[in-house]
Ligand binder design. Structure first.
Ligand code: GSH
Length: 245
């Protein structure tokens, strides 16, 4: 009898160990628009946790910030004078604190508010559909080349995006396909669906980072901003604090 209890205990323990070692990392999905400076910081901060937080897998999904603002009746901080003034100082302080190479370029207002980045995001959506690995690389390259004061690249200009895509490793043929696909209804609809999805969750700005926890509904599992990395760790059940600097 005792032997049987011992055996069943051992089996429970080994089952637990087996399922822990086999448990898959939790998907952390960050929604981005290349126009958003705080999302650029969030990409750097999430990259820092990769490998550090073994329970985390990272995925980046394109959305349109202009449509999020409209759908949530919000407006960008820069459109409110006091918020805009604060944002310039805040971004400078944050990038210094986190030691992230980042600066708002002179072309920021023109690119983001005069020209807009809806087409840029369609371009990114087409990259996402055609070459997911290069898509993630291009996000980092585009942020690095836009949020700088040294020859900032105008990401609203698709010719410039094509050059950045080439730097990310997209071939000439692939870039031609991306350029063609970005005007396709399929890609436009996919970008709209991603955007609608976050708006339905209650999103009103970017970045939004969604943790696909199995124990909580998705509406309870997202954070707004790049200043909630510790809450992402909390959602993941991580014991380790995030690496911030
Ligand atoms: N406190 C947040 C601010 C994020 C933020 O201001 N994001 C802008 C876009 S770059 C936004 O969507 N703002 C909407 C709002 O503040 O209502 C952070 O540190 O990341």
């Amino acid at each position: 009898m005792l032997k049987m209890i011992h055996l069943s205990k051992m089996m429970t323990i080994s089952r637990r160990m087996f399922s822990t070692s086999l448990s898959r990392p939790t998907m952390v999905e960050m929604f981005y628009d290349l126009a958003s400076p705080y999302t650029c910081l969030q990409v750097h901060l999430l990259d820092r946790q990769l490998g550090h937080w073994k329970s985390m897998d990272l995925k980046m999904t394109p959305v349109s910030i202009a449509h999020i603002m409209k759908a949530s009746s919000n407006s960008p901080p820069i459109k409110v004078q006091a918020k805009g003034r604060y944002m310039f100082r805040d971004l400078k302080d944050l990038s210094e604190y986190y030691r992230i190479p980042f600066a708002l370029p002179d072309i920021f207002v023109d690119t983001v508010f005069e020209k807009g980045t809806v087409k840029t995001q369609r371009f990114m959506m087409a990259v996402h559909e055609n070459a997911p690995e290069l898509h993630d690389k291009l996000i980092r390259i585009a942020y690095a080349n836009f949020f700088t004061t040294e020859n900032a690249v105008d990401i609203a200009n698709i010719e410039e995006m094509k050059k950045l895509a080439s730097k990310a490793g997209c071939s000439t043929d692939l870039i031609a396909k991306i350029e063609q696909d970005m005007n396709d209804d399929k890609v436009k609809t996919a970008l709209k669906q991603n955007t609608d999805r976050v708006v339905e969750l209650g999103c009103f700005g970017l970045p939004i980072t969604l943790v696909h926890r199995s124990d909580e509904p998705l509406e309870m599992s997202w954070v707004f901003g790049s200043d909630r990395i510790h809450i992402i760790g909390h959602y993941l059940g991580e014991k380790e604090p995030p690496i911030l600097r």
